[in-house]
Design a protein around this ligand. Structure first.
Ligand SMILES: [Zn+2]
Length: 155
């Protein structure tokens, strides 16, 4: 048998490789010019793996305001005997903003939320899974993140 690239006599079995889409038999020296057949099988199975990985992507968490956060802010403020004006000054925001937040007219920006959380030493946000279907699927072996959520929900 002759090498289909260099034309030399092939000793032994030769190598089946793919060169420009066609399968040929080449010698050991020329096999590097083509793509070895077994490798092609590997590549396709690797592609499948990548696809599978995408489908079972890890659960991503997004921070969302907790329920009735505006009431919690109001409660925390009143607990301390502060007027909306006092609270506004403490976090260096306008009193109109505090009023709107407490009346649930607007959702405070993350920066404002952070300031309120620090001031009152409370959490106004919770991590929620972005893909709820995935959370249910992973119930059998919850990740640390899931456990945290489950604990939080019970509170
Ligand atoms: Zn050759």
């Amino acid at each position: 048998m002759e090498c289909e690239i260099c034309g030399r006599e092939i000793k032994g079995k030769g190598f089946r490789v793919i060169v420009e889409g066609s399968e040929i038999t080449v010698c050991a020296r020329c096999k590097e010019y083509g793509t070895a057949k077994p490798e092609i099988v590997d590549q396709s199975s690797r592609k499948k793996l990548v696809l599978k990985k995408k489908q079972v992507r890890p659960i991503e968490f997004t921070e969302e305001m907790i329920e009735n956060y505006h009431l919690i802010i109001k409660r925390e403020r009143e607990k301390r005997g502060w007027s909306q004006d006092v609270l506004a000054k403490k976090i260096q925001e306008k009193v109109s903003l505090i009023r709107k937040i407490e009346n649930n007219e607007i959702t405070p920006e993350p920066g404002v939320v952070e300031k309120l959380e620090r001031l009152f030493n409370i959490k106004l946000r919770e991590k929620v899974p972005e893909v709820k279907v995935d959370l249910r699927k992973s119930n059998l072996s919850p990740t640390l993140g899931d456990v945290v959520i489950i604990k939080k929900r019970k509170n």
